[in-house]
Design a binder for this molecule. Sequence first.
Ligand SMILES: C[S@@+](CC[C@H](N)C(=O)[O-])C[C@H]1O[C@@H](n2cnc3c(N)ncnc32)[C@H](O)[C@@H]1O
Length: 199
Amino acid sequence: MKTNKTINETIKGFATKGVFPPKWAFTLLIPFRNIFLSAKELIKRLELKENYKVLEVGPGPGYFSIPIAKKLTNGMLYLADIQPKMLKYAQKRLNRRKIVNVEYHLCNGKTFDFKNNFFDVIFLVTVLGEVENKDAYIKEFYRMLKRDGIVSISELAGDPDKMSIEELVALFEKHNFSIADQYGNKKNYTINFRRENGK
Ligand SMILES: C[S@@+](CC[C@H](N)C(=O)[O-])C[C@H]1O[C@@H](n2cnc3c(N)ncnc32)[C@H](O)[C@@H]1O
């Protein structure tokens, strides 16, 4: 049956450890994944305001990028991925919908070319486990966030690179972040962190 085939393909795509292969990117666009986390729910968890500057690290083909860019009617979404093919895929999908409040940045795996205290929100969905140099990234998140900004990490069941809540919290605490909000459960969760010298 077609549905079974789609579900099997989704599972196979998610079962690949390491940087997610662009050839499986289409599996990230299947609405079935809303069971784990929908864009509507993510927008609520990020507490987005229309004028925010938001960085999405590892957007893949942009499943969440489209609704989030639409929410930022007076703001800007910055997409940063390490794979040019993923970035192009996302760009194609956003261009097709004539979404223009978006910039596209290719990551080098260590640093980001944004100013200090620039973003209101930085978010990653099923990405951090794939990032090789997590410490360097978290230091960069600290630098790029506004004082009262948040960095939001969502991890979902079935991702072979998924980080446990304990691992994630220890990592962020090491870099002077503390938990601002927590949603979901051990299997599917979002944790928002704030800089310790923040609000
Ligand atoms: C599993 S996909 C998730 C895509 C998207 N967040 C979603 O939920 O649909 C992981 C994405 O993170 C990207 N990625 C992996 N390591 C990265 C890094 N060090 N810097 C930026 N992006 C990275 C991959 O290229 C891929 O697009």
